[in-house]
Design a binder for this molecule. Structure first.
Ligand SMILES: NC(=O)c1ccc[n+]([C@@H]2O[C@H](COP(=O)([O-])OP(=O)(O)OC[C@H]3O[C@@H](n4cnc5c(N)ncnc54)[C@H](OP(=O)(O)O)[C@@H]3O)[C@@H](O)[C@H]2O)c1
Length: 315
């Protein structure tokens, strides 16, 4: 699979990152293992999970996704070939929200145990915690890196100004610098004032920040396919995306997809990979057909004209 440099790390990661959020809960064991195998067979190595996945799903407590990934890696003996991302900071069963040093250290040990690995390749602060000094959070991440428990750190659901603040704190303290920011992001733009609390959607500020600092921090987009809303009658476009340019953007998406013999989902993912800054989609799939379609985005080469059509579509 094509690879993309991850921020300042010098490491190249798969252009499409597989989200494992529902593996082990909503998506059953056998299907999850088959989807992971399918992703790896296509050359993918970048897998995204979190300590809390998926405590809100029926029968879930949190930790199921990491535990399933751990079983799969053990069975396949493929840990060394993979780049595993996990996260800390949101609340789940028996654990409060926050990024205190103690919480980070305890949750990292739990994630390592569930995953059955010695090191997490990319460890994200899952949500900003303004009640804990950044110095405390980043120093805790630094200790994890020094101990070999974590290779690189990232942030998720952070504003651009907080990332800049974190960067200054890391520089002053000699702590690791965030190499990626994972935000809600898709081709459709949230309508003005849309609120996804506690999630944050990438806004113009964040895109500008990541463009200017592209050698340092990479934007990763979660929920890029809006859960299937681009193509499925049973999945309406969420109300937060019903903005003034929604119809024009959907029309442009369909036109570009038709011209390429591709699907709208594929064009959304390809648009991210062709954007400035380059955006790594963190996508999910719950069937082999969805996985095949989504991986097919890598074959969609968008021209500058396509990108102008997609980016210029407005109401
Ligand atoms: N950092 C954060 O705060 C945060 C938040 C949310 C997610 N994430 C990460 O991002 C990953 C992806 O999030 P997401 O699940 O919201 O992303 P998504 O890619 O927008 O949605 C995935 C869902 O869309 C449907 N789908 C996927 N491909 C399809 C296709 N080709 N045709 C029709 N429907 C399709 C499936 O729904 P059905 O299963 O219902 O068929 C699938 O489960 C997660 O696994 C997680 O790792 C991070």
């Amino acid at each position: 699979m094509r690879t993309i440099p991850l921020g300042h790390t010098g490491v190249e990661v798969s252009a499409l990152c597989l989200g494992a959020m529902y593996f082990g809960t909503r998506t059953g064991e056998a299907t999850s293992l088959a989807l992971l195998d399918q992703y790896v067979a296509a050359g993918g190595t970048f897998i995204d999970t979190a300590n809390i996945y998926a405590h809100w799903a029926e029968g879930g407590q949190g930790g199921e996704s990491e535990t399933l990934l751990g079983r799969w890696m053990k069975q396949r003996g493929n840990r060394a070939d993979l780049f595993i991302a996990s996260k800390v900071g949101f609340e789940y069963t028996g654990v409060d929200r926050g990024l205190s040093a103690g919480r980070i250290e305890a949750e990292c040990d739990k994630s390592l145990r569930r995953l059955g690995v010695e090191t997490i390749d990319l460890y994200y602060a899952h949500v900003d915690d303004r009640a804990t000094p950044l110095d405390e959070t980043l120093a805790a991440f630094d200790r994890l890196v020094q101990a070999g428990k974590v290779r690189y750190v990232g942030a998720s659901n952070y504003t651009a100004w907080r990332l800049e603040e974190a960067r200054a704190v890391s520089a002053a303290g000699g702590y690791p610098v965030f190499c990626g920011v994972q935000q809600r992001h898709t081709y459709l733009r949230p309508k003005p004032g849309a609120d996804f609390d506690p999630q944050l959607a990438a806004n113009d500020d964040l895109l500008d920040f990541c463009r200017v600092r592209s050698a340092e921090i990479t934007l990763l987009a979660y929920s890029p396919l809006l859960g299937g809303a681009y193509t499925r009658a049973d999945r309406p476009v969420p109300a937060e995306y019903a903005g003034p340019d929604t119809d024009a953007r959907l029309a442009a998406l369909r036109a570009v997809a038709a011209a390429h013999g591709a699907t709208p989902n594929q064009v959304v993912l390809a648009w991210m990979l062709h954007s400035d800054p380059v955006v790594i989609p963190v996508f999910a799939a719950s069937t082999p057909q969805q996985m095949a379609e989504n991986l097919g985005a890598l074959d969609v080469a968008l021209s500058p004209g396509d990108m102008a059509q997609l980016n210029g579509a407005s109401g």
